[in-house]
Design a binder for this molecule. Structure first.
Ligand SMILES: Nc1ncnc2c1ncn2[C@@H]1O[C@H](COP(=O)(O)OP(=O)(O)OP(=O)(O)O)[C@@H](O)[C@H]1O
Length: 248
């Protein structure tokens, strides 16, 4: 189907110590979906996102992104793939000592050659674009501050802005609100959801909070011990199913 962006098929990941983190995971994601992955600690949520962005090598199975089999992609194809996939992490992963604006511009590095990238020679167009993104996410006044001068919620907004500056087709967010208070978490989820919705960006988010998943997801995938045990709409996720996902 043409509107399928991601196809995960019979994915297995067993770590070197024998831990089976993912078992036969299969699902497709259509363009524009906002998918939330839930499951208890250790269920395999991070491993799944890391296999999709190729930070972790799957043991078996296939991951197709826009038709590209990422598990067999060459260097050039991986470079293009990395430009099209934005990552958001629990710990923000910003460069603390540089400005907010420069952190956002780092999203453009995949489009530059290694020399201009290493020297930080961002174009005027990229800089203007980064400023617009910061305005959009409510951080225009902070753009010349160092990243470490910002609150956790502001830093996470910077990391959303950095992902956006890549002009991604897919955003993978690994527990983006796990270290934030409930009010700040809400702000982050609102920004992430609104941006993906407005720009037609597909999003996969790992979350621990079921009520947040139900509020924002167009679709929820529940993982228990490496197995997909639920895949449906927020309305279809009953209390019984939630208990099944989180059972010990
Ligand atoms: N590098 C690794 N080596 C060995 N085992 C690992 C490694 N990374 C994760 N695991 C194990 O794989 C399983 C899945 O872990 P993963 O971090 O993917 O789960 P998770 O659902 O994201 O958990 P959390 O919500 O706590 O982050 C766990 O049993 C974990 O201990």
């Amino acid at each position: 189907m043409a509107d399928r962006l991601l196809e995960v098929s019979r994915l297995n990941k067993t770590y070197a110590d024998g831990t089976a983190a993912l078992r036969n995971v299969s699902f497709d994601v259509r363009r524009g979906e906002f998918v939330v992955i839930i499951g208890p600690s250790g269920a395999g949520k991070s491993t799944l996102l890391r296999c999709i962005n190729r930070l972790v090598d799957p043991t078996e199975g296939s991951i197709r992104f826009g038709g590209l089999e990422t598990t067999r992609a060459g260097t050039r194809q991986m470079r293009a793939f990395r430009r099209e996939v934005g990552m958001i992490f629990q710990g923000f992963n910003l460069v603390q000592r540089v400005t907010v604006l420069r952190n956002v511009l780092h999203g453009r590095l995949g489009y530059m050659n290694s020399l201009t990238g290493a020297l930080g020679l961002f174009s005027g167009k990229d800089t203007e674009e980064a400023k617009k993104i910061l305005q959009r996410i409510g951080l225009a006044e902070q753009m010349y501050k160092r990243a470490d001068e910002l609150s956790g919620g502001q830093q996470q907004r910077v990391s959303i802005a950095r992902a956006l500056s890549q002009r991604p087709k897919l955003i993978l967010a690994d527990e983006p609100i796990a270290s934030l208070d409930p009010v700040t978490s809400e702000v982050i989820m609102q920004h992430l959801h609104a941006i993906c919705d407005e720009d037609g960006i597909t999003c996969l988010v790992n979350l621990h909070q079921v009520h947040v998943a139900k509020k924002y997801a167009t679709r929820i995938i529940g993982i228990h011990k490496g197995i997909v045990v639920f895949d449906g709409t927020p309305d279809e996720l009953t209390e019984d199913t939630t208990e099944r996902i989180y059972r010990k």
